[in-house]
Design a protein around this ligand. Sequence first.
Ligand code: SF4
Length: 451
Amino acid sequence: MPARAFTASGSEAPFAAASPAPAYAFYPTPQAMGEHIGAEEYRRALEHSNAAARPLSLYVHLPFCQQACFHCTRRPVTTSDTRLAEAYLSRLDREMVLTGRHLDAGREIRALQWGGGTPTFLTLDQMGDLIDRLDARFRLAGDRDREYLIEIDPREADVFTLRHLEALGFNRLSLEVLDLDPEVQQAINRQQGRDLTEQLLDEADRLGFTSVNLNLILGLPRQTRDGFAATLEQVIAMAPSRLSLFHYHHQPERFPRQRRIRPEDLPAPQEVQGMLQAAIERLAAAGYVHLGHDRFVRGDDRLAQALEAGRERHDLVGLGVMAVSRLEALHVRNPQRLEAYEAALDRGQLPTAGGHRLSLDDRLRSAAIEQLTCDLHLDLASLGDAFGLDATAHLAEPLSRLALAEGEGLVERHGQRLLVTSAGRLVVRQLASAFDAYLPAPSPRQASPTS
Ligand code: SF4
């Protein structure tokens, strides 16, 4: 499939921060994965990864939420009955057993993440039981330097939840704040007072959690520059160690809940870009360092900066519905639908629903995307050395499209080095998507300078 083309000539469409571009947690993205990779290939990749002895991380997906937010893209199961999670947890345990059979029992899990949905939808007993099962099936690290992260909806956690999580071994939190403006919260069906987040931050500090990340989202309905600036001031006053600024993309045809959002309530792309620009400047003034991607860390969070600088390649095993695993050159994904996930496990099979074996070209593009989005520059010479080829020649087509971005002041080319400018930081994902060979070409209307 041809990669997406850029246009210049003053059009904001290709580079606008509010225009959809993948987050690139994986390249190719899960949407680009085919269905031809099955459980047998996954089993072989797990066994092969033992010999390579790379660090091993686990991701556990918990899909339940009490209430549906209209902007959500995660397809959660909404219920207030925590007993419904029991059947899921037992399937999850079956998946752990089937997966663990192929992994060397001596491989220590130094990084664990629970995401969702809302992981704290589970009762305290269910959370404790899940950690016990993980510990029984895998070798969870016991030292303080491990990185155990849980995503938290502040509406569904309190100080007792945090104490319990700390006792279970979690040492990092990611709290969904999104926006503190009541108008915006009403438009996305999510009422969440500032005090909920403050209480959790205070308790996390007291308990000695090593980092707390707050997630905000730009581009939500009824968001305004003034309103978002007020949210940011309140968040800066809470002094979290890390902050993420994500973008809302309105795709009601893909995510039916978004049909509850009125298109006329959405801020214009220029407004979103203005909010992002102002946020980057305000966060810099408040002492936050922009790490690239959507991430910011407080200047004194040296650990986060060191970890970012020393990114290491590790194998990732994803467990649960919608989870994705990455084992060097093989990515596999579990089913999107809960029924399909549960049916595979009830047949005693790993629930692999597809995946992608990365070619050399995929790996090169993946490295280019990672370097550009995380480091805000791309060194083509060292990239080529790492892959034993001429990266400038191999990536000539995406580089020629980025030349258009150079004309718009978003990147600078200095020989073999490509630098993202301060204006380009606002659209770094869109710039990185030049290297994505799986994105569909834009329709003529999208590509039009006047669109
Ligand atoms: S709490 Fe999070 S996962 Fe659940 S519906 Fe809201 S945004 Fe989606």
